[in-house]
Design a protein around this ligand. Structure first.
Ligand SMILES: [Zn+2]
Length: 447
């Protein structure tokens, strides 16, 4: 069996290194196997998805679609430090927070400690964070990297939705109050990409646009160390990228490139064509394609448009079989649909975001479904980002990584006890999910 062979082929030697941090999963969670739990606690992690902050003051390159733009919106309880005790655990682990309450006085003390640690570590702060958590390599999804985020430990994932949107987005943006605020960021990013290429005006034809803007931007990203390109399209449209031909897309581009509002149907044809072009080019350049697939966030987000099943026609496109796709956040509430997509040879899932928003017990259920089918296609991820003044990316990374380790310990303990996998296979699967699946997907040379 394919899976079995793969499991046996994975070396464990690179995974287990003693940790100086407190990332050991709480072994009482779900009565997990103590030995397996300890093993998972020591795996040096490759984190598939985050938005780590650089140490640049006022770092503004963290996200192409900054969610502050659509604040306020409902925030799940696990992201609220005043309710979810995991934040307190993270304060203790990273900043030696000595108190057991978050009173104003104690929070002020904590903020002073955070500032002090950041100041002491300087440019080394991001790497210091990884050391505390037991993370070896962190993929960070940003407009551009920045000070403190250097390879080999920090690897870049760029944003490419802007390249899919060369025409006016005014009519598209009118679809919802959230989109009204988000689309202008894509317009701005496309202008930045044009400026980087020293192109001062969008070309008159679609072919010229592909040749002088889209491909050179992707090539520059690849040269800049990009491992993958990311679509946040589900914030802006549905993920049903049809197979639009160049002949169908060409007139839409030339009719509207000098102004005017394309109809939604026309713009969809052009976007669909560009999505598949970008995905094909990414594959040619050896970069994976990351796609946000989750049931939020936002007040007007359209969860139905983020269903991974909508991507099936694109995944089935024979012309895209040299491109690897990763469903970021595993489809969220559609995790079973992601499981169906794992049949495709070039589709992977990550658990980023789920590691922050789900309890370890709930995430274990999701993982068990995937791990019993395609353990070689499941990647650990945190979605660590600066969620607020008292919930920086380093704290989110700490929580998400511990939750991921715990969930894996629960799922694999259950699988061992049910006789589905041997104890040895369970250790191999854990290493694959936390480390080697990503290393293989991105050809990372791990030390
Ligand atoms: Zn993210």
């Amino acid at each position: 069996m394919k899976t079995h062979t793969l499991l046996l082929g994975v070396s464990l030697a690179c995974g287990a290194v003693a940790l100086s941090c407190s990332q050991a999963p709480r072994s009482d969670r779900g009565g997990t196997d103590p030995e397996l739990t300890a093993f998972i606690g020591k795996i040096r992690v490759v984190d598939n998805h985050s938005h780590a902050s650089s140490v640049a003051p006022g770092d503004s390159d963290q996200d192409a679609l900054p969610l502050e733009a659509i604040f306020p919106f409902e925030v799940p309880v696990r992201l609220r430090p005043d309710i979810n005790p995991d934040w307190m655990s993270a304060y203790r682990a990273l900043y030696k927070f000595p108190h057991s309450d978050l009173s104003d006085a104690h929070m002020n003390e904590l903020r002073a400690t955070m500032r002090q640690v950041a100041e002491n570590q300087g440019d080394k702060f991001p790497a210091w964070v990884l050391d505390q958590i037991g993370t070896d390599v962190l993929l960070t999804n940003r407009i551009a990297m920045g000070p403190g985020l250097a390879p080999p430990r920090f690897r870049w994932v760029s944003y490419v939705d802007a390249l899919m949107l060369p025409l006016s987005t005014k009519a598209e943006a009118a679809a919802s109050p959230d989109r009204e605020k988000l689309f202008p960021f894509e317009d701005k990013l496309l202008r930045r990409y044009l400026a980087d290429l020293h192109v001062n005006k969008l070309p008159a034809t679609l072919e010229a646009y592909l040749e002088s803007v889209v491909t050179p931007t992707l090539e520059a990203q690849q040269k800049g160390g990009c491992l993958a390109v990311k679509f946040e399209a589900a914030f802006l449209r549905s993920l049903d990228f049809d197979d639009a031909s160049l002949e169908a897309a060409r007139p839409v581009y030339s009719r509207h490139i000098r102004g005017g509002e394309p109809s939604h149907a026309d713009y969809k044809v052009l976007q669909d064509f560009l999505f598949r072009y970008i995905a094909r080019e990414a594959g040619r350049l050896g970069m994976a394609v990351h796609i946000h697939s989750f049931h939020g966030p936002g007040n007007f987000y359209r969860a139905a448009g983020a269903d991974p099943l909508l991507l099936e026609p694109a995944f089935n496109d024979p012309a895209l079989r040299k491109t690897n796709f990763v469903l970021i956040h595993g489809g969220g509430a559609y995790s079973a649909h992601s499981e169906a997509m794992l049949w495709k040879p070039n589709v992977f899932v990550d658990i980023s975001g789920l590691t922050l928003l789900y309890t370890s017990a709930r995430l274990a259920e999701v993982l068990r479904g995937w791990l019993t089918q395609y353990p070689e296609k499941v990647l650990f991820g945190s979605d660590a980002a600066a969620y607020g003044p008292d919930s920086g990316w380093e704290l989110a990374a700490w929580i998400a990584t511990r939750t991921g380790r715990e969930a894996l310990a629960i799922a694999l303990t259950d699988m061992v006890r049910a006789g589905e996998v041997s104890r040895e296979s369970a250790r191999e699967i854990a290493t694959m999910v936390m480390r080697t699946n990503a290393a293989k997907l991105y050809n990372l040379e791990l030390r």
